[in-house]
Structure formats: C-alpha cells, structure tokens
Ligand binder design. Sequence first.
Ligand SMILES: Cc1ncc(C[n+]2csc(CCOP(=O)(O)OP(=O)(O)O)c2C)c(N)n1
Length: 379
Amino acid sequence: MTTQAEHRMPTAVPPDDPTALLPASEPIRFLNDDGGAAPGDAHGRYQRPPTELLRRAYRAMVVGRRFDAQATALTKQGRLAVYPSSRGQEACEIGAVLALRDTDWLFPTYRDTMALVSRGIDPVEALTLLRGSWHCGYDPIATRTAPQCTPLATHAPHAVGLAYAATRRGEDTVALAVVGDGGTSEGDFHEAMNFAAVFHAPVVFLVQNNGFAISVPLSRQTAAPSLAHKGVGYGVRGERVDGNDPVAVMAVLIDAVESARAGGGPVLVEAHTYRVEPHTNADDDARYRGHDEVEAWKRRDPIARLEAHLRAGGDLTDDDVTAAREAGEAFAADVRTRLAAEPTGDPADLFAHVYAEPTPQLREQARWLAEELDAGEAR
Ligand SMILES: Cc1ncc(C[n+]2csc(CCOP(=O)(O)OP(=O)(O)O)c2C)c(N)n1
C-alpha cells in the first residue's frame, strides 16, 4: 500500500501546443439528423461504441423517457412538488451513465433524474427530494452518486475534491460532473476547472448545453466561441459533441472518462442539445422561445436517431423496440403505484438540519408547529 508521504501532488504540465486542448471546429457527429451516417470524417479520434452497448443505450433511453413523462404527469396530480424534465436530452443522460464504471462517481444536477434511474437508483428514492423531503432519498456512497445539486455548479468542486482524493488513495476512480450551460457562468464552475487542471484530477465535466438557463439564452451568458473553448484557459482539454447523437455522445464520453482514468487529466465535454419541455412544470416556455424552434429540435430526436441507426445495421428488431417500450411501461407503472402512497414524515424534521445550533426563531417556529399539530389532533 502506498503511504500518504509517498504521494506527490500531481503537477500540471502546460502542453507544448495549447491548440491541442481546443475542441473540434464542429461538434463531433456519427449520425445525421435522421440517423443515417454523418457525412465526411466527423469522428476525429473517436471510435463507434460496440453495438451491444448501443443496444443497451437504446433500451435505457426508451425507459428513461417513459419515466420522465411519468414524473411530469405526477406533478399534475400533486404527487411531486416539481420536476425538471430532461426529455430530448436522453443521449447525454444515458451516455453519462454508460461511460462510467460502477466504482466511478456521478455528480448530477436537479435535471439528471433520468441518469440516476438509468444508473439503477430506485426511482422512488430518486424522487424523494421532489416530494418535499429534506434529504436526497438515496445513499450517495452505496450508489456512487452525489445528491442532485440544485445550487448551480456547487457540486463541480466537490467532484474535483473526490477525484483528487481517490488518486491520493491509489484508486482509479473517475468523477463525472454534469453542468448546465447556465452553470458554466458560475464561479464554482471556474474554480472547479482550475483546481482540476492544477491537481491533474480525473474529472470529466459534461456540459449539457440545452440553449437556455431557464429563460436566458446562451448568447446572454457567454461570449466564448463555444463552452468547450473555455477549457484552454485552465489547461483543460475541451471537446464539442452533438448531444442528440447518442453514438457520438457515448464515443466522446467513453474516451474522456478513460483518458482521465489513465492519468490524462480533466476533460471538458460540451454536448449541444435541447430541452424540449419547459424548464420545470412551473415554467411557461412560450414566453421566451418559439414553437418552430422546439419543433425543429424534436426532429433531431436522439431515440429516433439511434433506432434508425441500429435498424439500418440489422441490430434492432421490431421485437426489441416492443420490449423496450414494454419495459418503459412497467417502469412507469411501478413508479405510479408506489408514489400513490402518501409519504410519511415527521413535520419536526423541517427544523432538524437547518443549523447545527437552532436559532431562537427556529425553536419558536418548531414549538408553534408542534402546538398547531397537537391542537389539530385534539379537535
Ligand atoms: C447558484 C444558483 N443561482 C441561481 C439559481 C436559480 N436557477 C435555478 S435553475 C437556473 C438555470 C440553470 O440553467 P442551466 O445551468 O443551463 O441548466 P438547465 O436548467 O438548463 O439544465 C437558475 C438560474 C440556482 N439554482 N443556483
């Protein structure tokens, strides 16, 4: 076993040629918009993932989309307080999961519940927070998945810290931090990138550039040529990928994760995608974007593209498609049934973890709530 003293802090070595850190001039693509082969040599250094992995991705995407629709429906019944849909972003969600080993860590945002359930986390546990509970619902250590992060980008430095600590322990763990395009405008994102590069930490930053930070378009967030270009300023290699091309997303993420694992340092991947649903069920997206734009992106649907690609190669049959849809229906039915049960909880928990030492105001509010509840029971 290596002792702490034998470890030296990895030192970042600036590359001889900084342009090697720059992303391709166009996002990496394997598929065109209807699932046929993308024209020309658009693959750069990347390999098409094995067919069996693409078949797994197809099924996970179909199940994930059905789950996502079910969760949105549950907000309308008041079973969930809120739900941020990732419909349309399935390639990124599933690509993130399938690029990781079980021993790697995922640091997701509030939008990435589809990735969580695809990683095998119980959907009812994954939705616990959205039912109004104070905890994230699942065991982060057992699942190697950090709590879904609502403050933008604050999980990115955590991912770097965990990945660096793993290297100090002699483990080959990689951390994948998912960030939105709006999240890249946050200080935490920049600090995380800087630390990751200086400590040469095995972290992959996956930016799901879905065009908007709620209603704010990307053009109001950044003047960089692309979000992936931001990497070069920190000494982090950047790459851009068509985020609705599941073959390309998986090819690029698998390469990035394995490069980080092999000691190549952090990688920043920008996936160009689109959220076809509103920001959450509480948002009116008609106020900031046009119907035509949404429809145009729906025609670049990642599931339809992968299905067309696999069918063209004889790697997906009608039976496979039916089986995937049935698996999605069964998954959604299970979520529906289990979320129909009223959650139980102690109202006093509302005050339990606000501060280590409760303030006089909190104590007063807790006392007031307890009295109200007692009075209610006595009535
Ligand atoms: C530190 C912080 N500031 C502001 C917010 C409020 N907020 C919630 S979601 C959001 C937009 C995020 O957009 P993006 O990072 O692109 O992710 P997306 O929702 O598109 O997946 C904002 C500003 C927040 N959650 N955290």
